[in-house]
Design a binder for this molecule. Structure first.
Ligand code: B12
Length: 213
């Protein structure tokens, strides 16, 4: 039964048992379970539990990183199928983590879900200063810029990027999506972006922004 398998995969992510995640995800794929379900109901479910355990002080950063590595190994297996499941490129999205911030697990998940939904996604990395982000936007001409910040101290850098985009007239043909723990719909509205709480919602918002939903 797939529910049992999902539970085992989630457990393996929580335990940071990479080889177990790999073999269980391979098993799920060989049973032709839809990759979207493997991602959401098994892998991300496990990582969500890791987040909850971390919040409650029952897991610590090194363990979280081991879990994240196991999660990544699982994601790597289903990535080609996820991308294939998407239709033709629905638009180009550039993703980035703003200056001062090294967190990229969340934004990579967002990117993967967007790829799965048919978008072309280009991640330009972490700790990127506003100027560099603007240069990349000019070069890559995305339909959407997706920015991530996980620290209250780095969140403000998103505002600088949006202001520079406005100054350069780049917001006329492009939308900005933001996310990450300290951000909120109110903050997004304040700076002139669009918020989404998680990777699944990011797909819905991106489609809405491009008039596809
Ligand atoms: C893993 C982790 C790390 C790893 C990062 C590894 C990596 N490669 O990403 C390491 C160990 C490096 C790290 C370092 C630090 N961290 Co840290 N970290 C975390 C942790 C435990 C999990 C984050 C994570 O990956 N979650 C899993 C993913 C899937 O979820 P997510 O990131 O929230 O992303 C989802 C949504 O937010 C959303 N989303 C995210 N970005 C975007 C972008 C867009 C466009 C959209 C649409 C959606 C979206 O969609 C994602 C998928 O659903 C969090 C705690 C937590 N519960 O969040 C702390 C946390 C974010 N870290 C914290 C801190 C303080 C730090 C350090 C300062 C610690 C230190 N003293 O050194 C450093 C800062 C380093 C730096 N300059 O960035 C604090 C931030 C507090 C704050 N409010 O500012 C947190 C909240 C922990 C805490 N409770 O104190 N961290």
């Amino acid at each position: 039964m797939k529910e049992k398998l999902f539970e085992q995969i989630a457990e393996a992510v929580i335990d940071g048992a990479t080889s177990q995640v790999v073999s269980l995800v391979n098993e799920a794929v060989s049973k032709e379970i839809p990759v979207g379900e493997i991602l959401n109901d098994a892998l991300i479910a496990g990582m969500n539990e890791v987040g909850a355990l971390f919040k409650d002080g029952e897991m610590f950063v090194p363990e979280v990183l081991v879990s994240a590595k196991a999660l990544q190994a699982g994601i790597d297996i289903i990535r080609p199928a996820l991308v294939e499941a998407g239709v033709k490129a629905a638009g180009r999205i550039v993703t980035v983590t703003v200056e001062g911030d090294l967190h990229d697990i969340g934004i990579k998940l967002v990117g993967m879900m967007l790829e799965g939904a048919g978008f072309e996604v280009i991640n330009i990395g972490v700790d990127k200063p506003a100027k560099e982000i603007i240069e990349k936007v000019k070069e890559l001409k995305p339909n959407i810029l997706g920015m991530s910040a996980m620290l209250t101290t780095t969140m403000a850098n998103m505002k600088d990027v949006v202001e520079m985009l406005k100054e350069e007239g780049l917001l006329e043909d492009m939308k900005v999506m933001i996310g990450g723990a300290p951000t909120s719909p109110m903050y997004a509205e304040k700076i002139g972006g669009h918020y989404s709480a998680d990777a699944s919602e990011a797909v819905i918002i991106a489609k809405q922004l491009l008039g596809m939903a």
